[in-house]
Structure formats: C-alpha cells, structure tokens
Design a protein around this ligand. Structure first.
Ligand SMILES: NC(=O)c1ccc[n+]([C@@H]2O[C@H](COP(=O)([O-])OP(=O)(O)OC[C@H]3O[C@@H](n4cnc5c(N)ncnc54)[C@H](O)[C@@H]3O)[C@@H](O)[C@H]2O)c1
Length: 282
C-alpha cells in the first residue's frame, strides 16, 4: 500500500457539482490530486472547477449524463486529453426517490436505475480499458448507500434495489480487478446533508412525470456534512478498505442492529430445515 497515493495523480468524480461529489473534489484537491469534475449540471460543475482552478488546483469541469454511454465516452476522452491519465475513478453520481413499490411508475424505476446502476456501468466501461493498460496505483470507488443493508425498505425499495446492484457490481469488480492491481472501495453513506431529497431537479422528461415526494425536497434531518463523508471516503481509499460507511454517530447503533436483523433473518431460515426435509421425502 502506498502511503500517499493521491498527490500528482488524476481523479474523475461524477456528480461533482454538489453534495458529496463536490466535497470529495475539495478533499482530493487538498491531497494534491488533479481533478475532472463531471455532472449533468454543467453550469454548476464548471463553476466548481473554476473555483478549484482559482486556488491553483488543476481541474476540468465537464457536463455529462452518466446514463448515456456516448456522453460518458466523451467525458473519458476529455479527461485523457487534458491530463493524459486517470488513476482514480469515483462513481458518485446518484439520484433518490422515495415511494411505494406498488405506486411507483416504470419511469421512476428506469430513471433511478439508469443513473445509479447503468451510470456506474457506463463509467466503468469508458474508463477501465485505459486504466487496466496503465501501471502503478489505480483505484475505483463506487458509491452505494446504507440502504443496501437495510432489512426494511418500505418507501425506499426501488432506490435500495439500485444500491444493492451497486454493492453486487462492486464486490464482483473487486475480484476482477485484483489481478490488474486496481483497488476497489464501496462507499456507503447514510444521511448526509446534501440536496439528494431534491434529486428530481435533474430528472429528464423522458422518464415521465415527477413522482410525489413524500418527505419533501428539503434537507435530510440528523445528517452529517458531506465533507465528513468525503474525508471517510479518501481515508478508505488510502487504506484500501473494501467497504466504508459514513453516517452520523447517533444513527450508528440503530444501523448496526438493522444489519443484525438482516443476519437473523438469514440465520433463522438456515436453521429451519422443514423445507428440505419435505423435499427429501417427496
Ligand atoms: N446524501 C445522502 O444521505 C446519501 C446517502 C447514501 C448514499 N448517497 C449517495 O451519494 C451520492 C451523491 O449524492 P448526494 O447526496 O451528494 O446528492 P446531490 O443531489 O447533492 O448530488 C448528486 C449529484 O449528482 C448529479 N447527477 C444527477 N443525475 C446525474 C446524471 N444523470 N449524470 C451526471 N450527474 C448526475 C446531480 O446533478 C448532483 O450534482 C449518490 O450516489 C447518492 O445515492 C447519498
């Protein structure tokens, strides 16, 4: 493990115009990285990049829709044209919708999964071929959520499903990339003070009408600052941790007991041999 893998290297961060992505940009800039900031909010991300440049940080702001493979391919071209190499890929862009399974529209699902799941895959497909051919320190961080570990997903099932997918993709990727010497971390924030409840500000009309927002579009209650998530993420990358949780201290015990509840469900089912005995007797 390198002690300081960041200085002098280049990171690409999606969803970098706001929230955790913007905080991650500031954190990685402070650790000496050059940055490619990408977001569907092109004006916002160019402004962020300009602010970093004004502070002497080599930075590029690029408008991208991660759900569109052509747009992501153009992002990769712009990143390599500007900096020549990419050592760290942070698949952070994501959107959130609450609502019941029964009442959610197919458009809701398609929007969530096109950004959260296909967006992650599109970026991996666009960047990995060149990252694999390179040598030295290289890294991928994918952002899932504590929602990928919750036993009760009432009101958040579709969002949670996309974050379960990111979890599975990342675990698979970690195995696949080990031979290339590329590290992989899964970042799971919980309740960070960002505009995530107002995700539909970026929902394209092609995915149908905006869904109702049962919890409003305001700030998340009892949340940690995105800067704290960014610090935990950077430390996770530096230590090459497979999994990083970043959540408010007050919610830590409750989250742990929810994970235990999940394990109890599995444990109880594994202990219950009724089904296999019935099957064996048929
Ligand atoms: N805030 C939380 O409590 C929390 C908890 C768990 C996980 N997360 C995850 O953290 C990540 C960052 O979210 P955040 O909380 O900073 O939210 P945010 O809404 O503040 O920032 C998300 C950014 O992604 C961008 N984006 C949306 N759609 C895009 C697209 N199609 N292409 C490119 N960029 C797009 C937005 O413009 C925005 O700048 C997401 O993956 C989210 O699911 C957040």
């Amino acid at each position: 493990m390198t002690e300081t893998p960041f200085a002098g290297r280049t990171a690409v961060i999606t969803g970098a115009a706001a929230g955790i992505g913007a905080a991650l940009a500031t954190e990685l800039a402070a650790r000496g990285m050059s940055l490619v900031l990408a977001d569907i909010d092109e004006v916002g991300v160019r402004r962020r990049a300009a602010q970093l440049q004004a502070n002497g940080v080599p930075a590029l702001g690029v408008g991208v829709d991660v759900s569109d493979p052509d747009s992501v391919a153009a992002l990769a071209e712009a990143a390599y044209a500007k900096f020549g190499s990419v050592e760290l890929l942070c698949n952070n862009a994501g959107v959130l919708l609450f609502g019941s399974v029964a009442e959610s529209s197919l458009g809701d699902w398609r929007w969530l999964s096109s950004v959260n799941v296909e967006g992650t895959l599109n970026c991996l497909h666009a960047f990995l071929p060149r990252m694999r051919q390179a040598s030295g320190w290289r890294y991928v961080m994918n952002t899932s959520s504590t929602h990928a570990f919750l036993p009760d997903t009432a009101n958040s099932a579709l969002y949670s499903a996309t974050k379960h997918a990111v979890l599975a993709i990342t675990l698979g990727l970690r195995g696949e990339l080990a031979a290339d010497g590329i590290g992989v971390t899964l970042l799971c924030p919980g309740q960070a003070a960002t505009r995530i409840l107002d995700s539909q500000r970026n929902r394209p009309q092609t995915f149908g009408r905006r869904a109702r927002e049962p919890f409003g579009t305001g700030p998340i209650p009892l949340a940690i600052e995105p800067e704290a998530v960014a610090y935990a993420a950077a430390e996770g990358i530096r230590r090459e941790s497979p999994l990083v949780f970043a959540l408010p201290d007050e919610t830590r015990a409750g989250f742990r007991s929810q994970i235990e509840q999940m394990w109890r469900l599995a444990d109880d089912a594994l202990g219950d041999r009724t089904e296999t005995r019935v099957g064996a007797g048929d």
